[in-house]
Design a protein around this ligand. Sequence first.
Ligand code: PAF
Length: 289
Amino acid sequence: MSPPVLDRPADLRARVRAWRAAGESVALVPTMGDLHEGHLTLVDAARERAQHVVASVFVNPLQFGPGEDYQDYPRRLEDDAARLGERGADLVFAPTVESLYPHGTEAAVRVHVPAFEDILCGAARPGHFTGVATVVAKLFNIAEPDIAVFGQKDYQQLLLIRRLVSDLDFPIDVVGMPTVRESDGVAMSSRNGYLDADQRRAAPALYAALRAVAGRLGRGERDFGRLERDACVELEGAGMQPEYVAIRMAEDLARPPADAALTDLRILAAARLGRARLIDNIAASAEAV
Ligand code: PAF
């Protein structure tokens, strides 16, 4: 059975405050809907850690740039609510754009997290991370959760949210859960639905390229620029247009020193494949081939 779906911030706040007044803990799982197993494992993780789970479903216009897929982004609230209910979510928060941005999206107050805005996905999608930080800060203020759960698939977003929480003193424990993959290694993503059959067959190349970089790092190679360039060539060979392949410090995405320990490194990539912009990342010390 589907859990109650609330669309007014005041209603969600009242419900959560009643739980908290009874001494019960609350976890929030923010999503944009079109849920797949990757999202649902976030709900599982939330249930293990708190007495109540709120999942939000909101396609946030602030985090889409001009010409991106805001209009096309799949909206399937009824299905999503049913799946969330099956996995034990207590409440779905699905606000309208007007209820979250009552003064309009252009005039909305924005939250900037400068450390991540101009690098990697931040550089490729101007305004994107400001839009994410803004909506997540709003969701945190409305839902007042003890815990918030996000996927490591969006690794840069996860670090950005940790920084948001630390710099704005939100009393929230941010939990990052491992990426859920299809059997051929492709990271689950709502945007995989944009791929046609040929593109879907090519898609595992992204994860394969990351693992190849991890393998070479594991064997002691430390010419990061060369590893990144070679991975881009592999992606082009698979029919993708790589935006970047980057070896960075896992903690803050800084460029690593040549003697960085393998365990401190994260390998991240973004590539276009047809209409889809695919992103993925792995720890350098994991899954090496
Ligand atoms: O990861 C997402 O789905 C979105 O960026 C988020 C965190 C729900 C904010 O809109």
